[in-house]
Design a protein around this ligand. Structure first.
Ligand SMILES: Nc1ncnc2c1ncn2[C@@H]1O[C@H](COP(=O)(O)OP(=O)(O)O)[C@@H](O)[C@H]1O
Ligand SMILES: [Mg+2]
Length: 340
């Protein structure tokens, strides 16, 4: 994968995962670690094969830290994407039982949290979760198919300002929507942005995916876990006290990347990256920035303002002059922020 892997979410537990470790009884573990009350109550249905054709011939369309994504059809021939994740993890078997139990429980909870949150969302720029299936060892999430693949795979290495504005308008529309619902994504990065079809960007739709790190964050509440992908993390995530606006910083890092094909903070190791993020200094000195407008740079500074109290909100960012001038058609078209 082009970017460093996500930290601190279900993906990490999955890094060590393999599905042959036998059947895992979630209920036992819940009781043994005494965390029954913290379990998420997500109803997952059974038997995927009654509704979808999924077998060895199903095309793998995404490599997962947290599992694999396949293209599948239902019995009417309609196509979908299915994210298949396994519940068990043989490497955890090497840990003392209580640690193993905690990690597995946490992992299952995060998976269910991903499902629970994604189920609640209904926005043109957010992936639609159609239904879910579960058996003793697996969870399957049936989603709308993004036939255009990953945004970064379709577009040029460096994007024009107008293409970038089309993407930022849609991305910030999605972020504004989840923040309204008091949900923080925590893993916004180009890898988690898909395209609905293979048309050029102005006839396409960007979809935010992968709520595997997301969680509720009521306004004013602070979170204290370091979760996300280091290059895209806000400084306050690295220093372990943050809220919804951490996502806006990540949007700024994405925009920086779209326009320059560079990352504002990148060290030789994760710790060096964290140190660079904590310092928070970035520059527009590279050649790529020579022909980029001052408005675009000012907008990035607004998204990546160090102190979250002074940072643009997602909603405020949508109204920024640079977005409105460069993505004008969307302000009156379907999916526009002004029509919701
Ligand atoms: N709805 C979808 N349509 C098409 N491809 C998808 C879809 N969802 C995910 N993918 C592909 O699968 C990859 C992994 O999915 P993601 O949800 O990001 O899981 P992970 O937690 O492993 O990062 C994505 O980068 C993308 O290539
Ligand atoms: Mg992902």
């Amino acid at each position: 994968m082009w970017f460093a892997n996500t930290l601190g979410c279900a993906s990490c537990a999955q890094d060590m995962m393999d599905c042959d470790s036998g059947v895992f009884n979630e209920k036992d573990i819940t009781l043994k670690v005494g965390m029954g009350s913290s379990r998420l109550d997500v109803e997952l249905s059974k038997d995927i094969s009654t509704r979808y054709i999924i077998n060895g011939n199903s095309e793998c369309i995404g490599g997962g830290e947290s599992g694999k994504v396949f293209k599948v059809s239902n019995h009417l021939g309609e196509q979908f994407a299915v994210k298949h994740v396994t519940k068990s993890n043989p490497l955890l078997a090497r840990l003392p039982f209580h640690e193993e139990a905690h990690k597995r429980l946490r992992y299952i909870e995060l998976l269910k949290q991903e499902i629970k949150i994604t189920q609640k969302l209904d926005h043109p720029n957010i992936i639609k979760l159609v239904e879910t299936f579960e058996d003793s060892a697996n969870i399957y999430m049936i989603m709308e198919l993004c036939a255009g693949g990953r945004l970064k795979d379709l577009i040029a290495r460096r994007m024009t300002e107008s293409d970038t504005a089309l993407v930022m308008d849609q991305l910030l529309g999605a972020v504004s929507y989840i923040h309204d619902k008091e949900i923080v994504h925590r893993d916004i990065k180009p890898d988690n942005m898909m395209l609905q079809n293979r048309e050029p960007l102005h006839r396409n739709t960007v979809k935010m995916i992968d709520f595997g790190c997301s969680c509720p964050c009521p306004d004013g509440q602070r979170l204290y876990e370091r979760v996300g992908t280091p290059f895209f993390m806000a400084p306050e995530v690295v220093t372990l006290r943050y809220g919804l606006l951490a996502d806006v910083w990540s949007c700024g890092v994405c925009m920086f990347n779209f326009l320059s094909d560079r990352l504002p903070f990148a060290g030789g190791s994760t710790n060096e990256t964290f140190e660079a993020v904590k310092r928070g200094n970035f520059s527009f000195n590279a050649d790529a920035w020579r022909y980029i407008s001052e408005d675009a740079k000012e907008f990035i500074r607004g998204l990546m303002t160090y102190d979250p109290k002074d940072r643009l909100t997602a909603q405020g960012a949508l109204l920024h002059r640079w977005v409105r001038l460069n993505a004008p058609s969307r302000s009156s078209g379907p999916g526009s922020i002004f029509r919701r």
